[in-house]
Design a protein around this ligand. Structure first.
Ligand SMILES: C[S@@+](CC[C@H](N)C(=O)[O-])C[C@H]1O[C@@H](n2cnc3c(N)ncnc32)[C@H](O)[C@@H]1O
Length: 255
């Protein structure tokens, strides 16, 4: 099986953010549970995506997963297109839009070969996706290609120099008597789908070096301060941990 097929199977089996939801798949309660979980864990997305500013704008989401951000672009009135590697994600997103009487152009396809003309979109948004594809630089080039001159690119990729990466290394390298394993190696093999990559700030910036401006900001996440699967460090303690040790690198660029 190719790496791309492994990645597709992984996300097709359990779309992102649905693992802990024990409700009937596709029901309104199911979607609202996914949305509540997203708001609790990643509340900073709204400021980054600026959903409310997208009315009438041509927006592409690359890797929509179960569609939690996607539906928010649709609610805001964006002229919306989405693409994901999995049929399962596309099915969920179609159902989710139908529940709310919304519509969008949905594609099942590959971020490395976007089926859109150069300069099509005002915004290309991709949250936690292109680090899962084998040729991330190619996916980044595709994103930059399809955005209009003057348009915006908003992407999140994983950060190698973060607490999540360190925890992964302690568990899978140090505690297993293999301290020579690198951060990249443990992330590749043990975080989500096989082949996951994580970047330094400079590498993340370099992915989008063809854009006229790019800013990369690390963001501390609940996953960085997790004690057990559902327990986190107390909020007062988290204040002492700098954002630069966070698992998410949010990249904002203008073409
Ligand atoms: C961690 S999930 C993120 C989903 C969504 N953006 C979110 O935040 O909930 C990763 C998603 O990327 C998709 N994906 C991985 N590789 C892809 C590729 N080459 N092209 C398109 N989608 C891809 C997967 O199918 C999955 O839905």
């Amino acid at each position: 099986m190719t790496l791309k097929e492994e990645v597709r199977r992984f996300w097709d089996k359990v779309p992102c953010g649905t693992r802990d939801v024990r409700l009937t798949e596709g029901s309104p309660e199911y979607f609202s549970a996914i949305e509540q979980d997203r708001d609790a864990k990643e509340p900073f997305i709204a400021d980054f995506a600026r959903f409310s500013e997208q009315r009438g704008k041509r927006v592409l989401e690359v890797g929509f997963g179960a569609g939690t951000d996607f539906v928010r672009f649709a609610r805001a009135g964006a002229v919306l297109t989405g693409i994901d590697l999995t049929e399962h994600g596309a099915r969920l997103v179609r159902a989710r839009l139908a529940h709310e009487g919304l519509s969008a152009d949905i594609h099942v396809g590959d971020a490395e070969n976007l089926p859109f003309a150069d300069g099509t979109f005002d915004l290309v948004y991709s949250w936690g996706v292109i680090h899962h594809t084998e040729d991330t630089p190619r996916a980044a080039r595709e994103i930059a290609r399809v955005v209009k001159p003057g348009g915006r690119v908003c992407v999140m990729v994983y950060h190698r120099h973060s607490l999540v990466a360190l925890q992964c290394w302690i568990l899978n390298a140090l505690l297993r008597g293999r301290p020579w394993r690198t951060l990249s190696d443990v992330i590749f093999h043990h975080i989500e789908s096989l082949g996951t990559q994580a970047y330094s700030l400079a590498e993340a910036k370099n992915l989008f070096s063809s854009l006229s401006s790019v800013a990369v900001t690390p963001r501390l996440t609940p996953y960085d301060v997790r004690i057990t699967r559902n327990k986190y460090l107390p909020v007062w303690l988290r204040r002492f941990i700098p954002n630069r040790m966070g698992w998410f690198l949010v990249i904002e660029g203008i073409k």
